[in-house]
Write a protein that binds this ligand. Structure first.
Ligand code: C2E
Ligand code: CA
Ligand code: CA
Ligand code: CA
Length: 278
C-alpha cells in the first residue's frame, strides 16, 4: 500500500497517516486556504454532440497555493474527505459555482453548472437544505445545477444516497453518475436511482477509437442510458475522431481537452464567446 501511495495512485489514504506531520501541516493549510479563499474554480465546457451548442460547464476546484502553486484536487480532496473539511469545502465550491451560474444567466446565456460531490457529502444531514439555500441565495433555478456523484459514493451508503438524491431531484436539480463504467453499479441500482445523466469514464472514451473493446463499452453504455431515459456525457474527449465516433453512437454530450481544458472564469468567458455554437 505504501508503494502504491508513493506512486501517487488513487488508493492513497491520508487517514492512515493521521500523525504524519506533513499531513497535519497540509490539513491546517487547507483549513486556512478555505478561509482565505485560496481555492479557485476552473470551468470545463460540456458541448451537445447533436447541435454543437455549449450546454453547460463542470466546475473543478484547484488550490492556488502561495508557495506550491496550483495544487490539483486529487492532492487535497481525499484529505478533506478524511477529516470532515469536505463539508465546508463543498459549500464553498457550490457558492462560487452558483455565483458564476447567476452571472452567466444575467449576461443572457444561462448554462447549467455541474459541481462534484464527495462520498462523504452524501451522509451530511444538512447538505440538501444548504444546497437549496445556496440556490435561493444566488437566485439560480434548480435545473441550472447538476450534481455529479461517483458510483462508489452511491454504492457505499446506498440508503443515505437514495434518500438524499430523491430530495435533490424532487427540487429539480440534475444528478449525474460520474466515472460511469469504472465501478460496479448494478443495473437494478441504477434503475432505482433518480438520476438524470451518466458520465462515461474517460478511461473508455479516450481510447474508444484505438481499443475496440473500449469502443464497444462506450456504445453499450450509450444504449443502456438511452433505454433508461438518461443523458450520456462522454468525458476525456481528446480528439476529433472521438467526437465523430461518439456522435455516431448517439452520445448526447462531450467534454474533454479537444473541446477545451478546464479554464479560469475569465478565460472560460472568452472561450464561450468564440465557441458558443461550435
Ligand atoms: P472528475 O470529476 O472525473 O473530473 C474530470 C477530470 O478529468 C478533471 O481533472 C479534468 O481536468 C480532467 N479532464 C478533462 N478532460 C480531459 C481529457 O480530455 N483528458 C484527460 N486525460 N483528462 C481530462 P481534475 O480537475 O484534476 O479533477 C480531478 C478530480 O478531482 C475530479 O474528477 C473530481 O473527482 C475531483 N474534483 C474536482 N473538483 C472537485 C470538487 O469541487 N469537489 C469534489 N468533491 N471533487 C472534485
Ligand atoms: Ca466530475
Ligand atoms: Ca469523471
Ligand atoms: Ca474521476
Amino acid at each position: 500500500v505504501a508503494k502504491a501511495r508513493n506512486r501517487g495512485v488513487a488508493v492513497y489514504d491520508p487517514s492512515e497517516d493521521a500523525h504524519d506531520p506533513g499531513r497535519l501541516a497540509l490539513l491546517s493549510e487547507l483549513r486556512r486556504a478555505i478561509d482565505q479563499r485560496e481555492l479557485v474554480l476552473h470551468y470545463q465546457p460540456k458541448v451537445s454532440l447533436s447541435t454543437g451548442d455549449v450546454c453547460g460547464a463542470e466546475a473543478l476546484v484547484r488550490w492556488n497555493h502561495p508557495q506550491r502553486g496550483m495544487v490539483p484536487p486529487d492532492r487535497f480532496i481525499p484529505l478533506a474527505e478524511h477529516t470532515g473539511l469536505i463539508g465546508p469545502l463543498t459549500r464553498y465550491v457550490l457558492d462560487m459555482a452558483l455565483r458564476e451560474a447567476r452571472r452567466w444567466a444575467d449576461e443572457g446565456h444561462p448554462l447549467q453548472i455541474a459541481v462534484n460531490l464527495a462520498a462523504r457529502n452524501l451522509t451530511d444531514p444538512d447538505l440538501v437544505d444548504d444546497v437549496l439555500r445556496l440556490l435561493e441565495a444566488h437566485q439560480v433555478p434548480a435545473h441550472l445545477l447538476c450534481l455529479e456523484l461517483t458510483e462508489s459514493a452511491i454504492t457505499t451508503e446506498p440508503e443515505h444516497a437514495l434518500r438524499l438524491l430523491t430530495q435533490l431531484r424532487a427540487a429539480g436539480i440534475s444528478l449525474a453518475v460520474d466515472d460511469f463504467g469504472a465501478g460496479y453499479t448494478s443495473l437494478a441500482q441504477l434503475k432505482n436511482l433518480p438520476i438524470t445523466e451518466l458520465k462515461i469514464d474517460r478511461s473508455f472514451v479516450a481510447t474508444m477509437t484505438t481499443e475496440r473493446s473500449n469502443g464497444l463499452i462506450v456504445r453499450s453504455i450509450v444504449d443502456l442510458a438511452r433505454n433508461l431515459g438518461l443523458t450520456t456525457v462522454a468525458e476525456g474527449v481528446e480528439d476529433a475522431e472521438i467526437v465523430d465516433a461518439l456522435a455516431a453512437d448517439g452520445c448526447s454530450v462531450a467534454q474533454g481537452y479537444h473541446l477545451s481544458r478546464p479554464l479560469p472564469a475569465v478565460d472560460f468567458d472568452r472561450w464561450y464567446a468564440a465557441n458558443r455554437a461550435l
